[in-house]
Design a binder for this molecule. Structure first.
Ligand code: SAH
Length: 488
């Protein structure tokens, strides 16, 4: 567009348009087109006819505000949560759950096609239907609520409004457990009564920053950890602590109450120091048939119901008969590793966080799984190191461990479950050298998944099956598990 044409564009800030929503963006926003110009409209649902006001205009597209729904889409539903639009937590509450699942299925499919460069018809032939939730509410076993004040000066706890740091009071979050509200109400009442100030991010003053609440869905045990900007003794919190503990301990299932000290001006929620002030240091829960001890700082899957379904699929894809050698990269506390150890010959887990590896080892021992070994480090370092050493040791291997190293060098299965940024090139390169029969890729970001699938397929693998799984209902996030098979 020339300077002159640009100045004449009708797509300018504050201009209002009527448009039909024909697509859904990656963040769940509605997409409408007018003469080839694209409008991204938050909270507009595919099929809606809306009036939208341009907030920020670019050459070919603009972000617009939903002013009015002229004709609602057949997929539009009344959000179950009263603050769904303001709160940053959920993005797809205006859409029926069936349509949300279809959106997720398409998001994975389209990323694999566009970003992975795969043929559409081929991708359609390997895509399996998304695994949805039977009951897509109350699924999260963990929530972290920030504390603050509303305009009238009342203490509130809730969630940050989308992309901001102002708190939307929402104690009964419908994707969390009902106990959250009971617990937050107790804390807020106690703070108000004893003049305990919530933390203020701007001034760095005030005491109570966050409450972390976790519930073991199988055990029913609940943990509360209050994150405090606590600088010393004699604080009003310490003086009134017993009163708070007495009230919180009466909540059904309460098993652990702790405080975490965080005096840093940071977005990081938890401090590194944890002090238990009532009950146990940890709560117990069972996931994939294994009992885990969970501390306030432990990584633990937030949707255990779907996690079991997702990992069940990963195990099915691994095709274990009892003899196989398996590597589980990015293994966390070893949920997949241990599940596979039960059905394989030998498994090797690799994880960067030392505490998680310690948990994984403890869990292997507790469950009498002697065929699991764990390495702490980056997958992109541990795997190439292992490979280089095993190759250098030659076909005879290094003494009495030769058989183990030989099969570990060329395993039957490699499972990866990386964070959002996907696998490092060095890791993928080594996986290709190790040439397992099957690769099972569990992903929480289908864009990086698509990129990595391309590398693995170019390296001699065939994409066999792709199953999306809904772990985060009412949000735009989707998990995927894929099976790749070595071409012979
Ligand atoms: N499968 C795990 C969860 C995986 S989440 C479970 O069942 O619990 C991704 C994991 O990768 C996290 O535990 C994270 O700490 C770990 N991680 C992140 N970067 C890593 C890297 N470069 N190498 C190894 N592990 C990494």
């Amino acid at each position: 567009m020339s300077k002159k044409e640009e100045s004449q564009s009708v797509f300018v800030k504050d201009a209002v348009f009527e448009v039909t929503i024909t697509d859904i963006g990656n963040d769940g926003e509605g997409i409408g087109k007018i003469d080839g110009y694209t409008l991204f409209i938050k909270d507009a649902v595919i099929g809606d006819r809306v009036k939208a006001k341009i907030m920020k205009a670019k050459k070919n597209y603009a972000y617009a505000h939903l002013e009015k729904i002229i004709e609602p889409s057949g997929y539009r539903v009344e959000p179950a949560c009263p603050v769904a639009r303001q709160c940053g937590g959920c993005q797809t509450q205006c859409m029926s759950y069936e349509r949300e699942l279809l959106f997720k299925q398409n998001k994975v499919r389209n990323n694999i096609v566009r970003l992975g460069g795969f043929d559409e018809a081929f991708v359609d032939s390997v895509m399996q239907p998304v695994i949805g939730m039977e009951e897509p509410w109350r699924y999260r076993n963990k929530a972290q609520f920030p504390f603050g004040k509303d305009k009238k000066g009342n203490i509130v706890a809730g969630f940050y409004a989308g992309r901001t740091h102002s708190i939307i009071p929402v104690s009964d979050c419908l994707i969390g457990t009902p106990e959250n509200k009971e617990i937050l109400d107790i804390i807020i009442r106690h703070m108000t009564k004893n003049s305990i100030e919530p933390y203020d991010e701007v001034s760095g003053r005030g005491l109570v920053r966050h409450a972390l609440i976790r519930k073991g869905f199988t055990s029913g045990q609940i943990m509360v950890c209050l994150v405090l900007n606590y600088h010393g003794s004699g604080d009003v919190f310490v003086k009134s602590q017993n009163e708070l503990v007495t009230k919180l301990s009466k909540v059904k299932g309460m098993a652990s109450i702790s405080v975490s000290i965080n005096t840093e001006k940071t977005n990081v929620i938890m401090g590194t120091e944890i002090h238990t002030i009532w009950g146990q240091d940890t709560i117990k829960d069972t996931l994939c048939g294994f009992e885990f001890d969970i501390s306030p700082l432990s990584f633990y899957q937030v949707n255990p119901i779907q996690c079991e379904k997702l990992y069940g699929k990963a195990i099915e894809y691994a095709g274990l008969t009892g003899k196989e050698t398996v590597w589980d990269l990015y293994c966390g506390i070893g949920t997949i590793t241990l599940s596979m150890a039960k059905k394989a010959g030998h498994v090797y887990g690799v994880e960067i966080i030392p505490d998680a590896i310690e948990d994984a080892k403890k869990n292997a021992a507790r469950n009498n799984l002697l065929n699991a070994d764990f390495y702490c480090g980056k997958a992109e370092e541990v795997l190439p190191d292992f490979y280089a050493k095993a190759v250098a040791a030659g076909p005879e291997g290094d003494g009495d461990n030769s058989t183990g190293n030989r099969s570990a060098l060329h395993p039957d299965v490699i499972v990866v479950d990386p964070p959002r940024k996907g696998c490092d090139d060095k890791c993928l390169e080594t996986m290709l050298k190790m040439a397992p029969d099957r690769i099972v890729y569990v992903s929480c970001d289908s864009a990086t998944l698509a990129r990595d699938l391309r590398i693995l397929v170019d390296g001699g693998y065939e994409l066999k099956s792709v199953t999306p799984c809904d772990m985060f209902s009412h949000t735009v996030h989707v998990e995927t598990v894929c099976l790749l098979s070595k071409l012979h």
